[in-house]
Write a protein that binds this ligand. Structure first.
Ligand code: SF4
Ligand code: SF4
Length: 452
């Protein structure tokens, strides 16, 4: 006795890998999880650029000043080890996830995937569901279809411009940028960059989509070598699903897969997970959700497609915590600890002192000898600062020059003179103190004198 399965079956040829993929949106646990991760990330991306601390952006890659403003602190070329630490921590996190759970980063948090899902949603609002879009692909263009296509592209272009302006706002303060754009004062370089970013977003998320994941993403390349038989990745349980059949036999000779093709239709990369682990799978879990709805309908246990390892599928022992995973976790934790420690001892003020190269010293009058210097300050806090200068170490010495250095003068060489009364030793150590609201930095230099 054969039983017809109540699942809508769509011509799978319209979802062939080489043709345009019309992704069918589905619902389920992993789609909720993906939204729970991707919406906050999108909001952070669009909001963070507007946040300020003491009038300075929270995050700004300020290459014109050779610094990065990061949550109230400022990183400069001096802090390259810190930046390297942050990058190593990020890479270890990616490796850790890849060894443990495959390409979950790609499926749930990668900007390419998040933007692609947003563009697919827009496509569905304007042109209809995947099967309608697939049908319309080969139909002649009529007025309504043209209108819907134009609306889709206008929305895509608007979202791309919004993305590009926000992205540029991480390099040029966003308020300045937006004001320049609205007053037509943005330079050709800025406009060129914005256009480039908008076009790239439109192409990546609108037109090229999964081909970036398949052919251009370097992460997908090295992930292949990181997987092993214990990696929990999206897998089809062949033992349970085969032999697949669209009609289930009552004698139990058919597997649980009813060959409905839903898992292929919802796949953003257009693959059939039933063919086994594939490099193109970004572990988004859409096929799991789709297949679970089918299993519910046919009253079979969920999880025909699920996150599991090769060993689990073959019913072999499959520990999650193996030496490689623990190793990456240790590297991650160690690097994070080093970065936190590095931030606590970060340079807040850099002072450079140069002696006048023209003369070692000069005699001001019978009793006084002077040395000339150049001072340069660089502030590595994000807020504006001013420092008060004083001198110590040589009892009769006085400092001549601007005793208060304001933010505007940072980064410039400023002239100073130290004078002291005779008799003086040929070389003395002089301390220059830079103070600001309880913060004090002392820099030593040499004072040269010859008593005649
Ligand atoms: S694996 Fe599940 S979703 Fe895919 S064809 Fe079989 S029953 Fe349908
Ligand atoms: S096979 Fe499943 S998990 Fe992999 S990309 Fe396609 S839908 Fe996502």
């Amino acid at each position: 006795m054969m039983q017809k399965i109540p699942v809508q079956i769509i011509d799978a040829s319209t979802f062939a890998v080489d043709s345009k993929i019309h992704v069918r949106l589905t619902e389920g646990f992993f789609q909720h999880l993906r939204r729970l991760i991707s919406w906050p990330l999108l909001c952070i991306y669009f909001a963070l650029v507007w946040l300020q601390v003491d009038g300075q952006p929270w995050l700004l890659f300020d290459f014109s000043q050779r610094r990065i403003l990061l949550f109230g602190t400022s990183l400069s070329w001096h802090d390259l080890p810190l930046l390297a630490g942050i990058m190593i921590a990020g890479t270890s996190l990616l490796f850790f996830m890849a060894v443990g759970w495959g390409r979950v980063w790609c499926g749930f948090a990668c900007p390419q995937s998040i933007w692609t899902w947003v563009f697919i949603r827009i496509e569905q609002w304007t042109e209809g569901r995947a099967n309608i879009r697939a049908r319309q692909e080969n139909q002649p263009l009529n007025g309504s279809l043209l209108l819907r296509r134009i609306s889709k592209h206008l929305l895509w272009v608007s979202f791309s411009i919004f993305t590009a302006v926000t992205f540029t706002g991480y390099f040029i303060p966003i308020r300045e940028l937006v004001s320049d754009l609205f007053t037509w004062q943005a330079g050709a370089g800025t406009l060129g960059w914005l256009t480039c970013m908008a076009v790239l977003t439109y192409l990546n998320a609108g037109l090229v989509r999964e081909k970036i994941c398949l052919h251009a993403c370097p992460y997908s390349r090295f992930q292949g070598v990181m997987f092993d038989d214990q990696t929990r990745t999206v897998s089809y349980d062949k033992n349970r699903g085969e032999p697949r059949s669209s009609k289930r036999s009552s004698d139990g000779s058919s597997g649980d897969c009813v060959d409905c093709g839903l898992c292929v239709q919802v796949c953003p990369t257009g693959i059939d997970i039933r063919n086994g682990l594939q490099a193109a799978c970004i572990d988004c879990g859409a096929c799991i959700d789709a297949c679970d709805t089918v299993m519910e309908k046919i009253q079979r246990p969920k999880g025909l497609i699920r996150f599991c390892s090769e060993d689990q599928l073959e019913k072999r022992s499959s520990p999650l915590w193996r030496p490689r995973l623990v190793g990456y976790l240790l590297v991650l934790l160690t690097t994070c600890a080093a970065v936190v420690y590095g931030f606590s001892g970060k340079t807040e003020l850099l002072v450079e002192i140069r002696r006048d190269r023209g003369a070692l010293f000069h005699q001001l009058n019978e009793e006084t000898i002077c040395n000339r210097y150049l001072f340069k300050l660089e502030n590595f806090r994000s807020e504006r600062q001013q420092f008060h200068l004083s001198i110590s170490g040589l009892p009769t010495a006085t400092l001549e020059g601007n005793k208060t250095i304001k933010q505007e003068s940072f980064g410039q060489w400023l002239p100073y003179r130290i004078c002291a009364l005779k008799p003086l030793p040929p070389r003395s150590e002089v301390s220059i103190n830079f103070q600001n609201n309880g913060f004090k930095l002392t820099k030593n230099t040499t004072f040269i004198a010859i008593n005649r």
